[in-house]
Ligand binder design. Structure first.
Ligand SMILES: C[S@@+](CC[C@H](N)C(=O)[O-])C[C@H]1O[C@@H](n2cnc3c(N)ncnc32)[C@H](O)[C@@H]1O
Length: 258
């Protein structure tokens, strides 16, 4: 039995079902635990891409019907709900969905609803959303199935936006190999070739990479006086990541689809 996955002895034989059960079990454990996780510290390096992602999604959410893919405990759902007509959040983790529902009651967010559903095959009507968005979810999914589902669920003229890790930077990949307990065995940071998959389903696909150098400076963020240095590194990063040969070396990225 895999010590990182106490339920792995009871996984179904169908590889797809087994993968989803592993994802659900891993995230149920993550969302049941409290306290700061190593992943949260790493996300410090991604504060700028996170902010840009949430601001862009919030602008698109204004007056819209929004679907948050892999919503977790409603991480951003309530921010979108302040501007959107309706926000539907779906996630495979029942612990996450329970937490999102409890938070909705606490906040009186009556224009939100949360369902335990598989993002690859959700029980939702076609052409029902203006915006589909999610943070750190596509790389947990089968991309062909997910892109085809997103295409089906988007209204004509609708758009999709995701913040996702990239898988080309050797140093970041080494860090991933050294810290396996921080992630599921099935996740797959996105690759350049995934662009071609996306282009089979969408007319317009854009990828904006972030955080090549900043990711290594993140552990120093707490050091007094480091903030201006971090901003300078971030500035250099944005410039470098515009270069064609360097683009895919970012740690994280915003993907937009129309
Ligand atoms: C890294 S977490 C991100 C959660 C949230 N978006 C956030 O940023 O806090 C990945 C999420 O994907 C969900 N997930 C994984 N596979 C899924 C699937 N097939 N269908 C729906 N959700 C899934 C997990 O339960 C988890 O909540």
């Amino acid at each position: 039995m895999d010590p990182n996955n106490p339920t792995s002895a009871h996984l179904p034989e169908d590889p797809d079902k087994a993968r989803k059960q592993r994802e659900r079990d891993f995230h149920n454990r993550e969302f049941a635990s409290t306290g700061r996780k190593a992943a949260d510290i790493a996300y410090g390096a991604a504060a700028t891409p996170n902010r840009i992602f949430v601001e862009t999604a919030s602008q698109l959410a204004r007056g819209a019907r929004v679907l948050e893919y892999g919503c977790g405990p409603g991480t951003y759902s309530f921010q979108y709900a302040r501007l959107a007509a309706r926000v539907v959040g779906i996630d495979i983790s029942d612990t996450a969905v329970d937490r999102a529902r409890a938070r909705a009651v606490e906040l009186g967010a009556t224009n939100t609803e949360f369902h335990r559903m598989d993002c690859e095959n959700p029980d939702l009507p076609p052409a029902s959303f203006d915006l589909i968005c999610g943070r750190a979810i596509l790389h947990h999914l089968d991309l062909d199935r997910s892109f085809s589902t997103i295409r089906r669920l988007l209204k004509p003229g609708g758009s999709a936006l995701f913040l996702e890790p990239l898988g080309h930077n050797p140093a970041v990949n080494l860090f991933r190999r050294l810290t396996p307990s921080m992630r599921t065995v099935d996740e797959h940071p996105l690759l350049r070739r995934d662009l071609a998959t996306a282009r089979r389903y969408f007319d317009q696909v854009d990828v904006e990479p972030f955080a090549m150098l900043t990711v290594f400076a993140a552990p120093l963020l707490k050091v007094p006086g480091f903030s201006p240095v971090f901003r300078a590194i971030e500035f250099a990063d944005r410039g470098l990541l515009r270069l064609p040969g360097v683009r895919w070396q970012g740690w994280t990225s915003i993907w937009s689809f129309k």
